[in-house]
Design a protein around this ligand. Structure first.
Ligand SMILES: CC(C)(COP(=O)(O)OP(=O)(O)OC[C@H]1O[C@@H](n2cnc3c(N)ncnc32)[C@H](O)[C@@H]1OP(=O)(O)O)[C@@H](O)C(=O)NCCC(=O)NCCS
Length: 340
C-alpha cells in the first residue's frame, strides 16, 4: 500500500526522475538511525481501504542519542497528502497526529518544510514561522565546463602543496574515522540554520559506521573525498550518495572545510575532483543534486561557478507545539474539516 502512495507522490513531485526500487526504499525506511527515531503514519482512504491518501513521518532524537542533549525539544514533521485528496482535512488530521505524538514525547516545537505551493498555503494558514529558506540545486553533467573543473583540480595542490587528496568508497580507513568525525562535528554544525531552533548534531565512529552500513545494506554507495594535511589532520571533505536504482542521479550530501584551512581553494578542489571521478566511474550519472540554505553564500558561490542551477525553492518552518494545539482546537470548535 505504501509503495503505491510513494509512486503517486513521486509522479507529483519528481516525475522526470527515476524512482528508487521498492525493496531498497523499504530497507532504507526500516533502517535504524542511531540518533533519530522515525515514526510513520498513513491516512487510509475510507472509500478504498487499500489506498493511502496521506502520509506522516515524525523524527525524534532518541533518548539514548547524543543529539538528545541538543534536540530533545523538537520533532521533525513531514506530511503529505495526494493531490486528489487535498482540502478535505487530511493534512490537518495528520498534523493532529503529529501534535499528539510530540505531546506524548514531551517535545515543544514542531519543525517542517515544503517546496510546494499547497504546502506553503497550508503553512500560512497555520501561521508557522518561516525560519530558513533553501534551494535544491542541480548540475547537469553534460553542461559542465570540464576545463574549469580540471583547472580547479590543478590549482588545489599548487595552492596547498602539503595537502593530499584521498577518495573512499563508502567506508574510510579505520584510522581516519575518528578524525573524520571530529572534522564533521565542527564543519557540519557551522552550516547556517537561519532562525531554526535546532541544536547541534554529533558524529562518532559508531554513528558513522551504522549510517554507512544501513545505506550499503540497502544497495547504495557513498563516495567521499577528503583532504589530509601533512600532520594527518583532515581539512576538508565532500560526500555524495549513489543508488543504482536511480542510476542517472547522484546526491551531494555535504561539503566542508575546517575553519583554519579555509581560503586555500580546498572546497573547490574536493568538489571538482569528485566531479571528475563521478564522470569517470559512474558514466550513467547525468545530474548532481544538492540542497543549500539560501544564506550559505560560500557554498552557493562554488556551486554557481560549477554550473549548478536552481531546481526547487523551499522553506523550513517551525511552530511551538502549544500554538499548533491551539490552532487545532480552534478549528475543531469551529467544526472545520480535519478536526482531530
Ligand atoms: C500541505 C498538505 C499536507 C495539506 O494537506 P490537505 O489535506 O490539503 O490540508 P487540509 O485540507 O487539512 O487543509 C487545512 C487548511 O489549510 C489551508 N490550506 C491547505 N491547502 C491550501 C491551499 N492549497 N490553498 C489555500 N489554503 C490551503 C486551508 O485553510 C485548509 O482549510 P479549508 O480547506 O477548510 O479552507 C498538502 O497540500 C500537501 O501534501 N502538500 C505537499 C507536501 C507538503 O508541502 N508538505 C509539508 C506540509 S508542512
Amino acid at each position: 500500500m505504501y509503495h503505491v502512495f510513494r509512486r503517486r507522490r513521486h509522479e507529483e513531485t519528481y516525475p522526470e526522475d527515476p524512482l528508487r526500487d521498492d525493496e531498497s526504499a523499504e530497507k532504507l525506511m526500516k533502517r535504524r538511525d542511531p540518533e533519530w527515531e522515525a515514526l510513520y503514519f498513513g491516512a487510509v482512504d475510507r472509500a478504498a481501504s487499500d489506498r493511502l491518501m496521506g502520509w506522516l513521518e515524525i523524527e525524534l532524537a532518541r533518548e539514548s542519542a547524543l543529539t538528545y542533549e541538543t534536540n530533545s525539544h523538537m520533532a521533525w514533521v513531514d506530511l503529505a497528502v495526494l493531490t486528489p485528496h487535498r482540502r478535505q482535512g487530511v493534512g490537518l488530521a495528520l498534523l493532529a497526529k503529529a501534535a499528539q505524538v510530540a505531546r506524548g514525547r514531551d517535545r515543544s516545537l514542531l519543525i517542517s518544510g515544503t517546496d510546494e505551493e499547497d504546502g506553503r498555503r497550508f503553512i500560512e494558514t497555520l501561521g508557522a514561522q518561516v525560519a530558513l529558506t533553501w534551494r535544491e540545486n542541480r548540475l547537469v553533467l553534460g553542461q559542465v565546463d570540464w576545463e574549469m573543473v580540471e583547472e580547479w583540480v590543478t590549482e588545489g595542490p599548487s595552492r596547498s602543496p602539503n595537502t593530499t587528496l584521498r577518495f573512499f568508497e563508502s567506508y574510510l580507513d579505520d584510522n581516519l574515522i575518528e578524525e573524520f568525525c571530529e572534522m564533521a562535528n565542527e564543519v557540519s554544525n557551522q552550516e547556517p540554520r537561519g532562525d531554526l531552533n535546532l541544536g547541534d548534531e554529533f558524529f562518532t565512529p559508531e554513528i558513522f559506521r551504522e549510517r554507512v552500513d544501513s545505506f550499503v545494506e540497502a544497495g547504495g554507495a557513498i563516495r567521499r573525498a577528503i583532504t589530509v594535511e601533512a600532520d594527518g589532520r583532515i581539512s576538508g571533505y565532500t560526500v555524495m550518495g549513489y543508488h543504482p536504482s536511480e542510476a542517472t542521479l547522484i546526491r551531494q550530501y555535504g561539503t566542508g572545510v575546517r575553519e583554519i584551512y579555509r581560503g586555500r581553494g580546498l572546497g573547490k578542489w574536493v568538489k571538482a575532483a569528485m566531479l571528475l571521478r563521478v564522470r569517470e566511474e559512474l558514466p550513467k550519472v547525468k545530474v548532481v543534486i544538492t540542497g543549500n540554505a539560501t544564506i550559505n553564500a560560500p557554498m552557493l558561490s562554488i556551486n554557481d561557478r560549477l554550473g549548478f542551477k536552481p531546481y526547487k525553492d523551499g522553506i523550513e518552518v517551525q511552530m511551538p507545539l502549544e500554538e499548533v494545539e491551539d490552532f487545532l482546537a480552534k478549528r475543531s470548535s469551529q467544526g472545520g474539516r480535519g478536526s482531530p
